[in-house]
Design a binder for this molecule. Structure first.
Ligand SMILES: Nc1nc2c(c(=O)[nH]1)N[C@H]1C(S)=C(S)[C@@H](COP(=O)(O)O)O[C@H]1N2
Ligand SMILES: [Mo]
Length: 387
C-alpha cells in the first residue's frame, strides 16, 4: 500500500465502524470494492481489477445508492405502468418474468465517475469517485417498449418516468429516487440493444439487493442515474419527471444560480471517455518497455463507437496506438492494451480516445458545480527507475 492508499483505507475503515450497527449482507458484497460510504453503499473497484474482464463480475461492479436498500416482499411486489396509458398495468414478479426476455450487454457509468479529478480544479461535494464508477454487465429482462405497448401509450405522451421504492431523506422530506427518459428513447429498440430494459437479472443471476433487486431499468447510453433500481412504478407523461434527480440534480451547472438550474436540461447521454487502469498512479517502473491497459467508453450515442485509443509517455508529442482486447458492441466499453518505452525522464502517461465521428477526448474538462461528466484525457503520474 502506498501512503495515499493507506490514508484512504484508514478513512474508510473509520467510516465502516461508524456505520457498524447498520452493517448488513450488502457489506459482504463489497469485499472487492473501495468503499466510499456503507450506508448508503457507495463503492468502486480498484482499476487493475476492473479491466481484467470485459464483463464486470457483479462483485466488482460499482454501487451507487442514495439511500439504504429498501425491504421488498417479493410476494407483495407489483410493477405498475400508469399515467398517459390506455390501460393501467400491474404485474407481479411472476407475470413480469413470463414476458419474452431480451439480453443486452451494456456499460453503466455514473455521471460522477472521475469526480475526484474535477475536485482538484476546485473542491466539489459528493462521492469522490475515482475512475471506477463504471462497469459492463449482461442485463436480462423485458423491453420497456413491450410493456408500453401492453399499456397503450396515449398520443400526447412524451416522457417515461421511473420511480424507485427507496426512501431518500432530504431536507424537504423523504423522496424516492426517480428518473425519466424521452419516449423516443424508450422505444428506440434495435436488435442488439433495447432503448430501455426492465431488468431482473445481471450477469445471469437475479439482481443483487445493491443493484436493484428485484427489478431495475437499464438505459443503454445514458448516465447511470437514469437506470432506476428497486423500480416500483413507470409513469407515462407529457413532461419529464418532477423528481429532484431530474429537475435539479444531474444537470451541468457552473455558478448554480436558480436561473441556471432552471435553464439547464437533465443529462441523458454520457460522453466519450477513456482511462488508464494499469499502471496505477504513482507506480514506480523499470525503464524500458512497459504494458499499459485500460478502458475506453464510446459516447452514449446510437451511432458512435471507439475508433482509436492512443497513449503518450512524453506529454502528447508522440502517440502509440493501443490494440483492442475486446469486441466492439453498441453501448459497451472496450478494453485496450499498449506497449511503450519509458525512461527516467518519463513522468506521466496520457490516454486519448477518438470516436467514429472523429471526436477526441478533450485536453481539459470544463469544471461544473456537481462534478459530472469528467472526460478529459486521463493522466497517470509514474516514476521510472534507470536500469
Ligand atoms: N432507486 C435508485 N436507483 C438508482 C440510484 C438510487 O440511489 N436509487 N442511483 C442511481 C445512480 S446515480 C447510478 S450511477 C446507478 C448505479 O447503479 P449500480 O449501483 O447498480 O451500479 O443507479 C441509479 N439508480
Ligand atoms: Mo450516478
Amino acid at each position: 500500500m502506498d501512503d495515499q492508499t493507506r490514508r484512504r483505507f484508514l478513512q474508510l475503515t473509520i467510516g465502516t465502524f461508524a456505520a457498524w450497527p447498520f452493517r448488513s449482507a450488502q457489506a459482504e458484497q463489497s469485499d472487492q470494492l473501495i468503499v466510499h460510504s456503507r450506508v448508503p453503499m457507495n463503492a468502486e473497484p480498484p482499476l487493475p481489477a476492473l479491466v481484467e474482464s470485459w464483463i464486470t463480475p457483479t462483485d466488482r461492479f460499482y454501487i451507487r445508492s442514495h439511500a439504504p436498500v429498501p425491504q421488498i416482499d417479493p410476494k407483495q411486489y407489483r410493477l405498475r405502468v400508469t399515467g398517459l396509458v390506455e390501460r393501467e398495468v400491474s404485474l407481479s414478479l411472476g407475470q413480469l418474468e413470463a414476458y419474452p426476455r431480451t439480453d443486452v450487454t451494456a456499460t453503466m457509468t455514473c455521471a460522477g465517475n472521475r469526480r475526484y479529478e474535477h475536485s482538484k480544479i476546485s473542491p466539489i461535494k459528493g462521492v469522490p469517485w475515482r475512475e471506477g464508477a463504471i462497469g459492463n454487465a449482461q442485463w436480462s429482462g423485458v423491453r420497456l417498449s413491450l410493456l408500453l405497448k401492453e399499456a397503450g401509450v396515449q398520443p400526447n405522451a412524451r416522457h417515461v418516468w421511473f420511480e424507485g421504492l427507496d426512501e431518500i431523506q432530504r431536507e424537504d422530506g423523504v423522496i424516492p429516487f426517480g428518473a425519466s427518459i424521452p419516449l423516443e428513447k424508450a422505444v428506440d429498440d434495435t436488435e442488439s440493444a433495447p432503448g430501455a430494459l426492465v431488468t431482473t437479472q445481471m450477469n445471469g443471476e437475479p439482481l443483487t439487493p445493491d443493484h436493484g433487486w428485484p427489478v431495475r431499468t437499464v438505459v443503454p447510453g445514458y448516465i447511470g442515474a437514469r437506470s432506476v433500481k428497486w423500480l416500483g412504478r413507470i409513469v407515462v407523461s407529457d413532461r419529464p419527471s418532477p423528481n429532484h434527480y431530474v429537475t435539479l440534480a444531474y444537470k451541468v451547472v457552473r455558478q448554480g444560480t436558480e436561473l441556471e438550474w432552471a435553464e439547464q436540461g437533465p443529462i441523458y447521454r454520457y460522453p466519450l471517455n477513456a482511462v488508464i487502469a494499469v499502471p496505477t498512479a504513482q507506480s514506480t517502473l523499470d525503464a524500458g518497455r512497459i504494458k499499459v491497459a485500460g478502458y475506453a467508453l464510446p459516447p452514449g450515442d446510437p451511432d458512435a463507437s471507439i475508433a482509436r485509443v492512443r497513449i503518450s509517455a512524453d506529454g502528447g508529442n508522440n502517440w502509440t496506438t493501443a490494440r483492442f482486447t475486446s469486441s466492439t458492441e453498441p453501448y459497451c466499453w472496450q478494453l485496450w492494451q499498449a506497449e511503450l518505452d519509458v525512461s527516467p525522464a518519463t513522468t506521466e502517461l496520457i490516454v486519448m480516445a477518438t470516436d467514429s465521428e472523429g471526436r477526441h477526448q478533450p485536453q481539459r474538462a470544463e469544471w461544473n458545480l456537481k462534478g459530472y461528466l469528467y472526460n478529459a484525457r486521463h493522466r497517470v503520474p509514474i516514476r521510472v527507475k534507470a536500469h
